[in-house]
Design a protein around this ligand. Sequence first.
Ligand code: PLP
Length: 467
Amino acid sequence: MKTLFQALPAMDVCLEALFAARPEWRALPRALVRENVTAYWNGVRADIKAGLYTQPCALGLDAQLPHIQKYVQAALRPRLRRAINAAGVVVHTNMGRSLLAQEAVQAVAQAAGHYTNLELDLSTGGRGSRYNIINDILCRLTGAEAALVVNNNAAAVLLVLDTLCKGGEVLVSRGELVEIGGSFRIPDIMEKSGAVLHEVGATNRTHIRDYAAALNENTRALMRVHTSNYRIVGFHKAVSVEELVILGRKHGLPVIEDLGSGSLIDFSTYGLPYEPTVQSVVAAGADIVTFSGDKVLGSAQAGIIVGKKKYIDALHANQLTRALRQDKLCLAALEATLRLYADQQTVCATIPTLRMITMTGQECAQRARKLARRLKAKLGERAHISIAEAESRVGGGAFPERGLATSVVRVQPCACSVPELKQRLLAADPPLIGRVEEDAFCLDPRTIQDKECADIVRVLDEALHQN
Ligand SMILES: *Cc1c(COP(=O)(O)O)cnc(C)c1O
């Protein structure tokens, strides 16, 4: 073992050989490269002790340099990386939900690299408010009196309950005690805010008389939560926002609606099931409506609150608002995205999330054929490529029970298993995420961007060469 340890090259020799092989790494801090090389050799030392090496020549620089390069390259890669979504889930929470429209990408880059008037009033040169930046456009698009934007919709719900309901009761239907992935649960948020959840009705049926019977002197609000990731079917009744508004008005109580996804366009005109739009809920009289910025709206992470001015003013006065405030990059993305909604004719083409949701089954099939042709040409005998009809998902809790008709490209590797291929593609650069079926790795063209096709062909080619 001693001769094995003696065979290890000196650090400086090793670094020079590495820099000769990768001259671009000379520009990096030397200490950073050295740290990673040290970590690599520590691994080798452990392997020597474990008896994995027997020949000194296997430890020389010639034998080790390619491995060192690979190790250092992987260690230097950013942890947050671009990835390809071929899974066909449009609002894919694990993959960062929405892609920004080109206009929003530019607005973010502009705001990121420059000073801005974020809190500067350009008419006086004095202090302005970041909240004024998008309030007008939000009010115009939703028909609400006032608006406020915070970090995400979970924060929006927390802020609303903390401001309007702390120490009192909020009536919520038992059919709407929603849990969203990532541990957002209505009962838990309620508890954090200091409001008391008063459940009304039954899981499958709640009537307006259930809310009326539950009212007492401690009631602070009536709340509806969009059952965004499940649907109760069969013997089912929920109370409409209109009915709740009548009851709320009668007793001077605000009606709060957590819409979850919060769409500004009516998807039923694109052949999808009807989902209430933000405008329709505002028009129905809801006092406060909250929704996400990065679900079907197609922008950056944000919690958008719109509603009656007196309630929004109360939210502004809450200290918690300061802790939940948005940064300039998200505001830039949100403003640029919302401006695209002014043109309802083009919005489904300009906002990637909307473009992917409204893409027809025929277009998906056409794109699948094109991708399959390219893959067949490149992969040859190494995989069997075919096309099958399938369903994509909107994701993000929208349209839970309805898939979108698509066609997927099925890749069946000849020399490795499907789970093995999946693993190799996760390790690829960029990682390629697909849908794994029992006998095929499936690529859904709905969520693949045109500019990603060349990468897909390359990483699959590389993955199937690893045998
Ligand atoms: C997604 C969702 C939330 C949480 O929104 P985030 O923006 O992810 O914080 C809250 N309520 C409902 C009904 C949702 O669908």
